[in-house]
Design a protein around this ligand. Structure first.
Ligand SMILES: *Cc1c(COP(=O)(O)O)cnc(C)c1O
Length: 359
């Protein structure tokens, strides 16, 4: 029986990548050493890192106005690193609040003593839609506007990015990085923890406009963008294995035809599952249709005990990790780039049978 992993993160990686890791693990490029034991101060690793950067640049059409950084501490460390590096002249930070992870970013900035303002929020609608930003709002007092392109827990996405803001736009793209063809030029800074759609846990990617790389001496080194850029993401020991694996995933994505091609597949996968849920009288998804996420699809039977039964039966049928986030409940299927169409079809088959047996 095939097994499909619908986890929201760490999430499934392409099987081809796992196979390649397995084959190369004892000896990387005939070096006699494993990727797990080589020094980052080797030509071998420097090549891996620079190739990963070049492949990412090609996949997202990242111009030379931007620097690519590999950092540690997950998306959560970026909640702190962004304000530490970008807020000057005691300016405030503007946020669009579209769910749990937006709030976590806001709270982290507040913990560090920054002043935050929520310019738009859908909290009152239980995050069933992307809140509208009033474009007439004056933004001069703010250092930047922060948004979350994909709300992993609630299953919402911003598909249309606000532009012409006149202040830097920062995006947490952790859970739909490389899943939709966003234009990097619409942003001044994009960050993403790898373990959702890019690789294993342990590394985050930061894409930052070079003009924002200001030299500050009072920021802890591992969170300092200027220093990280200056040292090609190797001020201290980088997560060697995680960066290597990200490199393999990027090569895999190129072989799939790049972001535009994977986006077509992601659209098809998501449309099939949403269509099934919408046509069913047993399962529901109440997210505003045009704000629905392609990567994290939330749904429920309306009963927590029945949802629990779905999870148990799905596990037995090879559809793993359908449990919604502990803060949100219900069911969630994450359809990241590595999830094949067959996995979605198997899930729909399972859900159909379950409905027939439990209606
Ligand atoms: C998972 C996630 C995070 C947090 O990532 P960590 O690597 O666990 O710190 C932040 N933002 C979004 C949108 C996420 O999905």
């Amino acid at each position: 029986m095939p097994i499909y992993n619908f986890s929201a993160g760490p999430a499934m990686l392409p099987p081809e990548v796992i196979t390649q890791i397995q084959a190369e693990l004892p000896s990387l490029a005939n070096s006699g050493m494993s990727i797990l034991e080589i020094s980052h101060r080797t030509k071998l690793f420097e090549n891996i890192l620079n190739t990963a950067k070049a492949d990412l640049r090609a996949l997202l059409n990242i111009s030379s106005d931007y620097e690519i950084l590999f950092m540690q501490g997950g998306g959560t460390a970026q909640f702190a690193a962004v304000p530490l590096n970008l807020v000057t002249h005691s300016k405030k930070i503007a946020f669009i609040d579209s769910g749990y992870w937006s709030m976590r970013a806001i709270q982290e900035a507040q913990t560090l003593g920054f002043t935050t303002a929520i310019l738009a929020s859908s909290q009152k609608q239980n995050y069933t839609n992307i809140p509208k930003l009033d474009i007439s709002t004056p933004l001069d007092d703010y250092a930047y506007l922060h948004l979350t392109t994909n709300s992993t827990i609630e299953g919402l996405s911003i598909h249309a990015i606000p532009n012409n803001l006149k202040i830097p736009l920062v995006a947490d793209m952790s859970s739909n990085f490389l899943a939709e063809p966003y234009n990097i030029n619409d942003f001044d800074l994009v960050y993403a923890g790898a373990q959702k759609n890019l690789g294993p846990a342990g590394v985050s990617v930061v894409i930052i406009k070079k003009r924002l790389l200001v030299s500050y001496s009072n920021i802890t080194s591992v969170m300092n963008y200027h220093l990280t850029a200056q040292k090609n993401s190797m001020f201290n020991t980088p997560p060697v294995f995680a960066i290597y694996t990200v490199g393999l995933v990027l090569k895999w994505l190129k072989a799939q035809g790049g972001v535009a091609a994977i986006y077509e597949k992601n659209l098809k996968k998501a449309q099939l599952l949403y269509q099934f849920i919408d046509n069913s009288k047993f399962y529901t998804n109440n997210i505003n249709k045009k704000d629905r996420s392609l990567t994290n699809i939330t749904f429920t039977t309306g009963s927590s005990s029945l949802d629990e039964k779905v999870i148990q039966a799905a596990t037995a049928a090879g559809c793993l990790n359908l449990k919604g986030h502990r803060s949100f409940g219900g069911l969630r299927a994450s359809l990241y780039n590595a999830m094949p169409l067959e996995g979605v079809l198997a899930l729909i088959d399972f859900l159909t049978t379950f409905e027939e047996n439990n209606r």
